[in-house]
Design a binder for this molecule. Structure first.
Ligand SMILES: Cc1ncc(COP(=O)(O)O)c(/C=C/C(=O)C(=O)O)c1O
Length: 356
């Protein structure tokens, strides 16, 4: 049988040619034993999407999106990004051998992501504005120059990201979890996972949907507001701010889809503070050995908040998608942690430093 990967599910994907692939997907589903016990939960899991080739779930969308660019005869690709989309597009553009342009919000992109976009050969433009402005600009650029736009407005990106849900169900031996929890920025990922499982249901592979639960940062929560206030549409947040720069997005492009996904599945949305995000990033690393970037920890921080407030039932089977690797944002880690202990190169000073 086929190994766990994006292309295991190729019959449910639109690509009709040899895919541009770097062995994406097939990521681990970890049981959160300690954090689960602390919350009184026996069935709390984390799907570690940081274990993809470029270190985030974006690779699932890009393997399909870049393959479609070639299938459609496009000669170059572009995106705006808070960092991971651009890192992934640079990687898959390099693999495809086509020119890649990425627009980043100046000063608001984690170091590892900039390093990836640069090293993999994208033309990296730093925009003096936030992500939402960069997205407007890259749409105009692609429109005027016939470049293939690969932000999550592009439906093929979401097709690849559907496979997160497919793999989770395979890893749970065919069971659909009661709830899937994802950090939400542009809301493409949560919408893609919902679409994928809805397709499995329509095909008769499963008979229930997970409650789709979106978590945002307290300083950047337009989707949470729309859900909590029962709004017909998401009202953009003009000045999104959070340490979780990956989800520092005020105007989610998949706003309509995420409202359908959450409401259609009886799910919910909640926000967590930057402190709660950073505290959970630390817990995941130190209690579970799982290293993720801040935005990814928001999903587990959200479960903690919703369990403690009684919204999530402790005996639910819950899968959190942790979306990006810890190495993406080393600066935030260094700022959070006590520095290494200075020590002379003698055993005596080492024992003193270790207080042994
Ligand atoms: C680590 C991490 N976690 C969560 C999200 C939110 O996913 P969506 O709700 O589908 O947007 C992102 C998104 C990043 C970008 O949007 C980009 O890279 O431009 C991310 O990098």
């Amino acid at each position: 049988s086929r190994p766990l990967s994006v292309w295991r599910y190729r019959e449910l994907l639109p690509v009709k040619r040899e895919p541009v692939s770097l062995c994406e997907g097939g990521t681990p589903l970890y049981h959160l034993k300690r954090i689960g016990e602390e919350l009184g939960m026996k069935e709390l899991y984390a799907k570690h999407e940081g274990m993809n080739p470029s270190g985030s779930f974006k690779d699932r969308g890009m393997t399909v999106g870049v393959s479609m660019a070639l299938q459609l005869g496009m000669s170059s690709v572009a995106c705006a990004s808070t960092g991971n989309t651009s890192a992934s597009l640079a990687v898959y553009g390099a693999k495809a051998g086509i020119p890649t342009i990425v627009l980043l919000p100046a000063g608001k992109v984690a170091l590892g992501k900039v390093a990836q976009a640069l090293m993999h050969g994208a033309r990296v433009i730093s925009i003096n504005g936030n992500f939402d402005r960069a997205l407007e600009m890259v749409r105009d650029l692609c429109e005027s120059k016939g470049i293939y736009l690969l932000n999550s407005i592009n439906p093929y990106r979401l097709e690849g990201q559907k496979t997160i849900g497919f793999e989770v169900i395979d890893q749970l031996d065919g069971k659909v979890p009661d709830r899937m929890v994802l950090p939400v920025g542009n809301a493409g990922n949560i919408s893609a996972v919902y679409k994928g499982i809805l397709e499995l249901k329509a095909l008769g592979f499963v008979d229930k949907m997970p409650m789709m639960t979106g978590i945002q940062a307290a300083g950047s929560q337009p989707v949470v507001r729309a859900i909590n206030e029962g709004l017909a549409e998401v009202i953009p947040d003009e000045n999104p701010e959070t340490v979780a720069t990956a989800i520092r997005i005020g105007a989610p492009v998949n706003a309509e889809k995420v409202l359908t996904a959450i409401r259609g599945s009886g799910g919910t949305a909640a926000s967590v503070t930057d402190e709660e995000i950073l505290s959970m990033q630390c817990d995941l690393a130190r209690k579970e050995g799982i290293g993720v970037e801040p935005a990814s920890a928001a999903s587990v921080a959200g479960v903690k908040k919703l369990v403690e407030s009684g919204v999530i039932d402790r005996d639910e089977q819950v899968v959190c998608v942790v979306t990006g690797h810890l190495l993406k944002d080393p600066e935030t880690v260094i700022k959070q942690c006590a520095p290494p202990i200075e020590c002379e190169a003698t055993l005596e000073s080492l024992l003193a430093a270790l207080q042994l």
